[in-house]
Design a protein around this ligand. Structure first.
Ligand code: IPE
Ligand code: IPE
Ligand code: MG
Length: 248
């Protein structure tokens, strides 16, 4: 688990003592960003990958321990095969570059999602990026790839059902913690702040279980245009809220 280290690089307007430990982002709006410029949608995905690089490094710089990003959902396979193929190729290129830059960025990379349907080449890259970055403990980036909140919960339920069927546990003994421990995010604290750019006001199957008490921040900015300043605004908005978790 990353060790919390207070950063010297806190931006103006952000209280360094009350930073969210975990920020999650639905990286949406790549296609519209490209269409607005008369470019193919894939150009938007390429620009979005650059934004991810910038924001992931910035989060580490200011002292955010965990960043979780939604890169490809279980529903995104519904897109035209050309677009899916282009997204997968871009991911491969991104991971190649991340492997080269690893020592400079020093961010632990973890994947949330079912990597089974990916090509063996892409899966191998994911494995390499994960194992090569395991030694970094300051900041962790969770990349949600072929991820769906419902799929994640379904898998946890299946795992528990198997244990019950094998007589290893009593169904009555199942707790919320048992479910959390069987999600991709096992061991990672729930996101404090979830950001969705692009103007859509929905979760689109992102971190359904983990978001029970997350604070949301929605902005019309399209993901490729998302900046460090916009992240600072999201954090400042988060810090102005009162989190009650059902209490008073
Ligand atoms: C998010 O951008 C990237 C993925 C879902 C892979 P979109 O491609 O959804 O962009 P819009 O929403 O069409 O603008
Ligand atoms: C959510 O965006 C998934 C990712 C950003 C990876 P979508 O563009 O797929 O969501 P909808 O279809 O607008 O709900
Ligand atoms: Mg979208």
């Amino acid at each position: 688990m990353p060790i919390f280290r207070k950063s010297q690089n806190t931006p103006d307007g952000v209280d360094p003592g009350r930073l969210p430990r975990h920020i999650a982002i639905i990286m949406d709006g790549n296609g519209r960003w490209a269409q607005k410029r008369g470019l193919p949608r894939t150009a938007g995905h390429a620009a979005g990958a650059e934004t991810f690089r910038t924001i992931a490094n910035y989060c580490k710089e200011i002292g955010i321990e965990y960043l979780t990003v939604y890169a490809f959902s279980t529903e995104n396979w519904r897109r035209p095969p050309e677009e899916v193929g282009a997204i997968m190729r871009l991911l491969g290129r991104y991971l190649d570059e991340a492997l080269e830059d690893m020592e400079r960025n020093r961010i632990r990379i973890v994947f949330f999602g079912d990597l089974e349907p990916l090509t063996p080449e892409l899966r191998a890259l994911c494995d390499r990026a994960h194992s090569a970055s395991m030694r970094y403990s300051e900041a962790q980036a969770n990349i949600c790839l072929n991820y769906g909140g419902r799929d994640e919960i379904t898998r946890a339920v299946r795992a528990l059902a198997r244990e019950c069927a094998a007589g290893e546990r009593d169904p009555e003994s199942i707790t919320e913690a048992d479910i959390s421990a069987r999600l991709y995010s096992a061991g990672v604290p729930d996101p404090d702040l979830i950001i969705r750019p692009s103007g859509e006001i929905r979760t689109s199957n992102f971190l359904l279980w983990q978001s029970a008490y997350s604070e949301y921040y929605f902005t019309d900015v399209l993901w490729p245009d998302f900046s460090k300043e916009e992240l600072n605004r999201a954090i400042a908005s988060y810090q102005a809220r009162s989190r009650r978790f059902g209490g008073v």
